[in-house]
Design a protein around this ligand. Structure first.
Ligand code: ATP
Length: 271
């Protein structure tokens, strides 16, 4: 499912794809859940517009909670979250991709991808054209007439990504989107996502349990501690801008993984 902040779409046809994205400012964010206690306690984060940032941390530490606060899907109990477009847009256009593709089985791929525009009241031809373009961006231009039951897990996730892209988000939030896929499919989708980011220039926040996926995709990685989550490590990823599968066996990649692994182990060890 893709969650969007209003207004979802202004004029899909007329407006060029925005570049530059949204700056994300999280200031002393606090979130307490009854029964779970304090999950976030004074988290500060400043993400530059157009950055690709990965969030890592132990299971249950609050990664999704932080992402949901940024998306506006949940409210902080203290502190503030501000999204500041730096691409000339008046407002952030947020898209959110979950681990499950959540496609509607009775709709074909085209109409699944067009759904956010339909909900925003965009006329049929316009939204279908935009959905075709988004499907093309994820390499599914030939699958528009197929139904979810006919798709592999990787294809379903690409439809979910197209549905996110159809609104031309200037900030894209992804919560373990490829975690349920086999390793090869996951790596292919990582490549596709990275290429889309290079092409479109939106801000991306990506939650994952995989330090290798984080290092391969992102320009900057954050490792959170056990809850109440605080940022244990905030590090740039010093790897080439153009990344290909061969990078995974490059010594530079192993060097980038080291600090992430150490911080994750330190985070796991905390009680
Ligand atoms: N709506 C809620 N009500 C009560 N507790 C919640 C709610 N949402 C999250 N929690 C709790 O907050 C904590 C952090 O959850 P969150 O999903 O943010 O962690 P996470 O780091 O994303 O975990 P994982 O890596 O396992 O997906 C967990 O203990 C979870 O049970």
């Amino acid at each position: 499912m893709t969650a969007l902040a209003p207004p979802l779409v202004e004029d899909v046809e007329a407006e060029a794809t925005p570049r530059g994205g949204v700056r994300v400012l999280v200031e002393r964010a606090r979130r307490v859940f009854p029964g779970s206690g304090v999950v976030l306690d004074g988290v500060d984060l400043d993400v530059a517009a157009g950055a690709f940032v990965a969030l890592l941390g132990p299971s249950g530490c609050g990664k999704s909670t932080l992402l949901r606060l940024v998306a506006g899907l949940d409210q902080a109990d203290g502190g503030a979250v501000r999204l500041v477009p730096e691409d000339g847009a008046e407002r952030p256009r947020i898209a959110y991709v979950f681990q499950d593709a959540h496609l509607l089985p009775w709709r074909d791929v085209l109409d699944n991808a067009a759904l956010p525009l339909e909900l925003a009241g965009v006329p049929k031809d316009e939204r279908r054209n935009a959905a075709r373009a988004a499907l093309g961006q994820v390499g599914l231009g030939d699958a528009a007439a197929r139904y979810p039951a006919e798709l592999s897990g990787g294809m379903k996730m690409r439809v979910s990504l197209a549905r996110a892209l159809v609104t031309r988000p200037n900030i894209l939030l992804l919560d373990e989107p490829f975690a349920a896929l086999d390793e090869l499919t996951r790596q292919r989708l990582d490549d596709q996502l990275r290429a889309l980011w290079l092409d479109l220039g939106m801000t991306v926040l990506f939650v994952t349990h995989s330090n290798a996926e984080a290092a391969y995709l992102a320009e900057r990685c954050l490792v959170l501690s056990r809850r109440p989550a605080r940022i244990l490590l905030d590090t740039p990823i010093d790897l080439p801008r153009e990344r290909a599968a061969s990078l995974r066996s490059d010594p530079r990649f192993a060097r980038a993984l080291g600090p992430l692994q150490e911080a994750l182990q330190a985070g796991e060890a905390q009680s």
